[in-house]
Ligand binder design. Structure first.
Ligand SMILES: Nc1ncnc2c1ncn2[C@@H]1O[C@H](COP(=O)(O)OP(=O)(O)OP(=O)(O)O)[C@@H](O)[C@H]1O
Ligand SMILES: [Mg+2]
Length: 331
């Protein structure tokens, strides 16, 4: 299951991602958490101290390794240099599994010990001012997109991405890679305006989008959100003293999280599971090809000097049967 948290700056994406990850760990799910936000705070929200968070490897710095591994023996991908963030897997490509060990996780993931179990954490790496809007920023987020497109995830395996709602994810197709996108919105006009923009992009691609109200203070706030986003409102989360004490550096055990908030997290998990149950791998593969062709044409062919459309393996469908390197999929 692939899940994204998006929303306006400061809405609570990182806080809710981290709570959701803790909740999943408490439910014994296998979790890979990915910090793909401009502000890299997921590690801290999961309890890493400053030095530990700063020592997280940056996916952006390991792109050549990621590409070389995923490319495997795929004859359509001549070299890592011609592999762009949207290059889809094909026969011979290596796929990733949430619960396995592989060189990509070795290089880019670190184990984080939570109260209720271990999870893996990966991070794009910090974005500097000069990254924004240029190729470097795209390649950092691109590393995540490549991994998502090469990942075969089962029902009890979760990838949770803390993400910006920025235009980069729309250009590349990143926003279509999730079974469920939780848009975190405070009950304010600005909060819901990000929702409208996201919804607009998502509409044509069948993206499952649910609004999670955050810092909701009462029925008035919920009424406001419901009036603005209708049935897309999943649930509202209130102020959490548990979160506040963690931010004071006095974390308490996760089992002490407020009961209302625990129930909200379960509602998120239920919604994600329902949506995963509807996953159509063929459509998922078709969409990655769509965005690859679009990116190839708009900049990729020119940048690599190759015809990147030729990377598409027309008979390949990502899916469970493809799991396990070298095992041919039944026709
Ligand atoms: N439900 C909550 N209860 C208590 N504090 C909260 C809650 N949600 C968010 N906060 C606090 O609000 C602040 C912003 O939250 P957070 O960092 O999660 O937002 P964000 O959307 O990830 O922001 P950014 O855009 O900077 O990445 C943090 O200090 C966080 O602890
Ligand atoms: Mg954040």
């Amino acid at each position: 299951m692939k899940i994204a948290f998006v929303g306006k700056g400061g809405s609570g994406k990182t806080t809710l991602s981290s709570l959701f990850i803790r909740h999943l760990a408490a439910n014994e799910a296998h979790v890979v958490a990915v910090d793909a936000d401009i502000n890299q705070h997921l590690g801290a929200a999961l309890g890493l101290d400053e030095a530990e968070a700063a020592a997280l490897p940056a996916m952006g710095a390991h792109l050549p390794l990621i590409k070389d591994y995923l490319r495997g023996t795929n004859p359509r991908i001549a070299s890592a240099e011609t592999m762009i963030k949207t290059t889809p897997p094909g026969e011979g490509s290596r796929l990733l599994r949430v619960s396995e060990d592989n060189p990509v996780f070795d290089a880019c993931a670190r184990t984080v010990r939570l109260d209720d179990g271990d999870i893996r954490l990966m991070a794009t790496g910090p974005f500097t001012e000069s990254d924004l809007g240029v190729a470097c920023y795209h390649s950092k987020v691109g590393a995540v997109e490549l991994c998502l497109n090469h990942l075969v995830d089962g029902p009890d395996e979760y990838v949770v991405v803390d993400m910006t709602a920025g235009s980069d994810s729309f250009a590349s197709g990143m926003f279509t890679r999730f079974d469920m996108t939780f848009l975190v919105a405070e009950p304010t006009r600005k909060g819901v305006s990000v929702y409208r923009q996201y919804k607009e992009y998502a509409r044509d691609f069948g993206v499952a989008l649910k609004v999670v109200g955050n810092k909701v203070q009462g029925p008035d706030d919920l009424d406001f959100l419901r009036a603005e986003v209708g049935d897309d409102l999943l649930i509202g989360v209130g102020h959490s003293d548990w979160v506040r004490s963690m931010e004071k550096g006095r974390p308490s055990r996760f089992e002490l999280l407020e009961a209302d908030n625990r129930m909200a997290l379960q509602a998120l998990q239920d919604a994600a599971e329902d949506s995963y149950g509807l996953r159509d791998w063929e459509r998922y593969t078709r969409q990655m090809v769509h965005f690859h062709l679009k990116n190839a044409e708009s900049w990729g062919n020119e940048k690599t000097g190759a015809d990147l459309a030729a990377q598409v393996d027309p008979s390949f469908v990502l899916g469970e049967r493809r799991a396990g390197a070298g095992v041919p999929a039944p026709a």
